[in-house]
Design a protein around this ligand. Sequence first.
Ligand SMILES: [Zn+2]
Ligand SMILES: [Zn+2]
Length: 445
Amino acid sequence: MTVVAMDELDPATVQGLVARASDPQRERWLQQVRRTGACRHPVRLRGVVLHGDEPVYSTASEPDGALMVRCGNRREACCPSCAHEYRGDMWQLVYAGLAGGRKGVPEQVAEHPQVFASLTAPSFGAVHSRPDDGRPCRCGRRHDADDPQLGEAIDPATYDYEGAVLWNWHAPALWNRFIIELVRVLAARARLSEREWRQRVRVAFAKVAEFQARGLVHFHAIVRLDGAQDRATAPGVTISPEELCAAIREAAASARLDGDAGDGQTTDIRFGEQLHTRVLAGAEDGRELNPGQVAAYVAKYSCKASHEQITSHDTDPDRWRDRGIPEQLVQMAAAALRLTERPGLRGLGRWVHMLGFRGHFVTKSHGYSTTLGELRAARATYRARQDQPPDNAEVNDDDSTVVLSVWQYLGSGYLNPGDLLLAAGVEASLRAAREALLDLRRGPP
Ligand SMILES: [Zn+2]
Ligand SMILES: [Zn+2]
């Protein structure tokens, strides 16, 4: 527990703390903060819920006349609590697709061939790194795991930043090409036409995009084969998980596209040589990773995003540096800015802050698992039963009475630094409770 002496605080904070301490509704206010999971930037709403003509809820009786709801930001640096909730949803989504038997996903999918694959970007020049085998970096030094230089070009003068940004720009299309190639490879291995193969098997996948320190995107994907008509049935072609791994390698090596370089030229877009595949399920005894581990891994990467500190609102590399953005990412963003001057790449201007990557961080094929929307709806319904009013600001009742809710946006974040400090205290206690719960679940060591 942190004890802060009042005289260390600035006057605005003290004023806020005193105001909340003397607020007769402070308990309800704390309850609201807890319900948002101590969100860092809660959205404050004013509104009423009418059940027929009868007002059943109004924010008029709430502290400050407002209801606080989660900001919903999935970035850890912006809001740890909402990012945690998002990670939990991702975990559920991935786990249901892997293990089956939950969230409406049939349990049979657990028996289907499933592989966890990581597809990387090629090299655009040597960067400072920590080789797995303990060798020193190519610069001759050994870097600590938290060395900010990791991922930075060893020779910025020769590093192909523009090529790297173009790769990010075309990466979503390259992934689509990879899936097409995978079907072609698997059909050829089964000595079937692609059409015949598609009538028997469907490729289902969930993937997350992860930014590496060097500013390039990697894809981590779970690839599963189901029956073509019904995901509860086994694929209509016998394929072992090991064969699926081999097919993924072959497809990743041959997938390529002529990426528009924006200046009338094209550039060859391919995956890098680093490719990892691991069997997940469906092997006789070859299960290398358990579904819980993989789900946790994918969920973790769904929230990692240091590059998002570079925003498109300003375009001055020196100001990015002032904000502590690593030099490699500054160089990548500067290259993205230069590329937007090419006639065919004007659209890249909206994605400078993403270093050219315009894909979604999490994508999945139809039928892989449940959806984030379904998970959110289930949680909102659960909360609505437990606590009025519901977080989703909609009441769905089974009876036929029309329920109307009207909401108005008041603002986001806490009203003053005093409230923010109190919310930080709630956040710390919620985190401690969560960790204690995790220890309980793990059981004695
Ligand atoms: Zn939040
Ligand atoms: Zn180095």
